[in-house]
Design a protein around this ligand. Structure first.
Ligand code: SF4
Length: 286
């Protein structure tokens, strides 16, 4: 955790508990204003990770204490082999699907429940929605997306899933107000959510990058996980496919040290809680 004027501070991997897998780098059916991914102008991109790459990573990490595998993107549910990948990962640990929710309806939720029942592990959903007010949320994520997410939530709770709503605090509002208002929204649609069902993250403004202000952190995503992409291993989803987060080409030999030199690290440290990893202890205290 030391820093000097010559070197960026570093973090050390304390345990590979979270394995993030980027199913697609650029495929997404939405274009959210705050997204940290630079999307190509053309939508015709086929950049899906192969199942063989995922199988190899699962073999190479067989002795690690994986708590959860996170399927990320872009939008992970656009991967043509999504269902097979989900089943494969569920043989190893619980799986969290980090999604914008647009591919989840009642039929899909029923199917996913059947997939979960075939496994000894759980499927968890992290759904992105950015404001409790429909107009403000749609302003960030696109028209109709607010209702899509709430429809996905309703479909999931019908099949007894317990989704987590992931909010980027784009308007920099008081987190207590955001939580209170979201609890009311959930109540209206019959979702008995508690504070553990919400993750409210700082907004990373690409145009106004910040500097690391404190070396007092604990629980950063890069301390408890790594992300596998089609290009190799990186420190965390923020730095996937970014040379500043490169850790190696596969899990047989990868770096446990992360250099926190990107402005994204400053936002991450300011956030105080992990951006991507789930706080499972909050659920066990329910
Ligand atoms: S963005 Fe956050 S999790 Fe990623 S390397 Fe920087 S401090 Fe670590």
């Amino acid at each position: 955790m030391t820093s000097s004027i010559y070197a960026a501070p570093t973090s050390q991997l304390k345990g590979l508990n979270n394995l993030f897998i980027e199913l697609t780098e650029k495929n997404c059916n939405q274009r959210c204003r705050h997204c940290y991914i630079d999307f190509p102008l053309s939508k015709k991109v086929k950049d899906f990770i192969s199942i063989d790459t995922i199988k190899k990573a699962l073999n190479d990490t067989v002795n690690e204490n994986l708590q959860c595998i996170y399927l990320t993107g872009g939008e992970p549910m656009t991967h043509p082999d999504f269902n097979s990948i989900l089943r494969l990962c569920l043989k190893r640990s619980s799986v969290c699907i980090c999604t914008n929710g647009s591919f989840i309806n009642e039929k899909k939720a029923r199917f996913l429940k059947r997939v979960e029942e075939e496994s000894n592990f759980e499927i968890i959903f992290k759904l992105s929605i950015d404001h409790y007010n429909e107009v403000k949320s749609d302003d960030i994520r696109g028209r109709g997306t607010y209702r899509q997410v709430l429809h996905a939530v309703k479909s999931l709770i019908k099949y007894e899933f317990n989704p987590i709503l992931c909010i980027t605090n784009y308007y920099k509002e008081d987190k207590n107000v955001i939580l209170e208002e979201f609890l009311k929204v959930c109540n209206k649609i019959g979702f008995e959510a508690g504070p553990q069902n919400f993750v409210i993250n700082e907004y990373f403004d690409k145009n106004r990058p910040e500097e690391i202000e404190s070396s007092d952190w604990d629980g950063l995503d890069c301390e408890y996980g790594r992300i596998l992409t089609a290009k190799g291993i990186y420190t965390c989803p923020f730095l996937s496919n970014d040379h500043r987060g490169r850790c190696g080409s596969d899990f047989t030999d990868y770096s446990k040290k992360a250099s926190l030199e990107s402005p994204l690290c400053a936002t991450c440290i300011k956030n105080k809680t992990p951006f991507f990893g789930i706080n499972f202890s909050a659920f066990s205290q329910q």
